[in-house]
Design a protein around this ligand. Structure first.
Ligand SMILES: *Cc1c(COP(=O)(O)O)cnc(C)c1O
Length: 577
């Protein structure tokens, strides 16, 4: 799969959100989920809404538009104090905003009247952190003016701590917020819907306080995504801290000195670097850098050391790990790293839930074992249909170069006709079927088997032959079991003539396929693009009565034993030929 990518475990995010909703809900605190660290990712937003979150907050109108555009059903709150020039868009796209400036609220009011809307505002108070907020002494005046403004609904007051000045939420400042809420309500005869006490940094206060007072709302981002509070960044018990994973790939791995040699001046960023001599080390370079993520916020999940990074390279000391080119490495992200990776267009966002992926794979493997058991029981009523050569068919097809010299793409007659129809359908979309393989003799299958065994023996020098053969059997059938010997099996991908490339199916780079469980046709952990492309490929073959292989999205069977089992028939029509 493409790297660098950020893997988003929706199941874990949902678990974190539900746990926090219950925890804070136990003392009457309602949660708003903040999506700015994930750039308003619609799949995450939808997951949060499904957990019972009814207000989503983001610092950017573009992110709110993105979620609305994706059909996410919630109210939207803008967290950053709106800019004057933005007021119209704020009224148009946000239902609620956090405010501190009179002139901005006036402008919001004017646009709310224009759009015939009621825009909710929460007035933010300065409680010491010195980012946004009205000084408490100015609040009274402000409330007097905005509470009678047309189009504006004063929905509450709020505070935001631990963001700039590092000031911790405690009983003192939260108590102050509560008493201000009471004062305002008494003095102005109104009811504040929200007393919004803060963000993920409010956790320790919440856990230790005897009384949350009037605080009935918090706006949480980080603790939902990363599972920690934000005063000392300790994990919150019961939450997942690995819902987000950054995956990068090794592009170079060599034994080199630990100390640069030559005259040392400035690095790419104007710093003069310093290094400690550790002798010769294995230095690996990952294809990720400052354009992708704030590297200082990454923690590798294996025992390696990050030495440094430039705009596109991350250099690590691999220590005792045998890292080689193509290996993928996983990293935890802190908040800054998460924010940067989610905002970088160079980082692929892949969301799924590993729990489901795991269950799916287990199901596939169980089904696969069942198929193997059923195979001997299927009889073959050979229809003796002849084989035809697809190379000479005249259909628009492309043929993958074979390791077998002079390989011909032979299939049974009915399969031949089916491929012809699929080819015509793809012609209309400026695409062509890319055939990887069709009929294979036992001898050919044996060679493939041996090739793969030899490859894996090099990759895993310490493994026994038996273990290697088991690994190989995972994806390549032993010669006597191969469906390719029946003339009813084809391996195919799709070539996009407009892009001039083979489409992306999630585990392939052109026609090179990496064999792993993401090859299982409906694996959830592939990109939406790959899912769509698989749907197209599988749909074309299924429409012609083929069945897709259980483990390989590119392998299709018709007429043979695999097909019979999948279709629930007790007879196949193609035997070995
Ligand atoms: C970012 C932000 C939050 C969420 O902060 P987390 O630390 O991610 O929980 C809440 N309120 C405001 C005003 C923010 O800007």
């Amino acid at each position: 799969m493409i790297t660098p990518r950020i893997e988003i475990d929706l199941e874990k995010i949902a678990h974190n959100a539900k746990t926090l909703i219950n925890l804070y809900g136990s003392k009457g605190i309602h949660l708003i989920a903040v999506t700015k660290a994930v750039r308003g990712n619609p799949r995450i937003a939808r997951t949060l809404v499904n957990c019972g979150i009814d207000i989503l907050a983001d610092s950017r109108i573009e992110n709110i538009k993105r979620m609305r555009g994706a059909g996410v059903q919630a109210q939207f709150l803008l967290t950053r104090t709106p800019a004057l020039s933005q007021a119209e868009a704020v009224v148009k796209y946000a239902d609620i905003s956090l405010n501190t400036e009179f002139s901005v609220i006036e402008r919001l009011s004017a646009h709310a009247i224009e759009y015939d809307k009621s825009h909710k505002i929460i007035l933010m108070l300065e409680l010491g952190d010195l980012r946004e907020g009205l000084m408490p002494s100015d609040l009274d005046d402000m409330v007097k003016q905005v509470s009678k403004m047309e189009g504006i609904n004063l929905a509450g007051i709020g505070a935001n701590l631990a963001c700039f000045g590092g000031v911790i939420p405690d009983d003192e400042n939260m108590g102050k917020l509560s008493s201000i809420a009471n004062d305002i309500e008494n003095k102005h005869g109104l009811k504040l819907e929200y007393v919004s006490g803060g963000n993920s940094a409010n956790y320790n206060w919440f856990m230790s306080t005897q009384d949350v007072g009037r605080v009935n709302n918090l706006r949480l981002g980080e603790s939902i995504y990363l599972g920690c509070e934000t005063v000392s960044r300790k994990p919150i018990p019961g939450l997942h801290t690995d819902a987000m994973t950054l995956v990068s790939e090794i592009v170079e791995s060599k034994i080199k000195p630990s100390l640069p040699y030559g005259t040392i001046a400035q690095d790419a960023f104007g710093n003069t670097p310093k290094f400690v001599d550790q002798g010769q080390i294995r230095r690996a370079i990952l294809g990720i850098g400052l354009q992708d993520v704030q590297v200082s916020g990454l923690t590798p999940r294996v025992d390696i050391e990050i030495i440094g990074a430039s705009s596109d390279h991350l250099i690590v000391n691999a220590k005792d790990l045998e890292l080689s080119v193509g290996n993928e490495l996983e990293f935890d992200l802190n908040y800054a790293a998460l924010l940067s990776a989610m905002s970088s267009r160079h980082v692929n966002k892949v969301s799924s839930d590993r729990v489901n992926a795991h269950e799916y794979c287990e199901r596939v493997e169980k089904n696969y074992r069942r198929h193997l058991q059923l195979q001997p029981g299927i009889s073959i009523k050979e229809d003796h249909s002849p084989m035809h050569n697809l190379n000479e068919s005249g259909f628009n097809l492309m043929f993958e170069p074979s390791s077998q010299p002079g390989y011909k793409f032979m299939v049974r007659e009915a399969v031949y006709e089916k491929i012809g129809r699929i080819s015509k359908r793809l012609d209309m979309e400026d695409k062509t079927l890319w055939l990887r393989s069709a009929w294979r003799s036992f001898e050919h299958q044996r060679l493939l088997w041996q090739e793969r065994v030899a490859q894996l023996q090099i990759e895993y020098p310490k493994k026994e032959l038996e273990e290697i053969e088991e690994l190989v059997s995972y994806f390549i059938a032993p010669p006597s079991k191969s469906m390719h010997a029946t003339g009813g099996a084809v391996d195919a991908l799709i070539y996009d003539l407009k892009q001039n490339a083979i489409m992306r199916f999630g585990t392939n780079d052109g026609f090179k396929i990496t064999l792993n469980d993401k090859c299982y046709p409906y694996h959830p952990y592939i990109t939406p693009e790959a899912k769509n492309n698989r749907k197209l490929l599988i749909g074309l073959f299924e429409a012609e009565d083929f069945v897709v292989d259980l483990k390989e999205y590119w392998h299709f069977d018709y007429g043979n034993v695999s097909w019979a089992i999948d279709k629930g028939k007790d007879q196949a029509i193609y035997g070995v030929i």
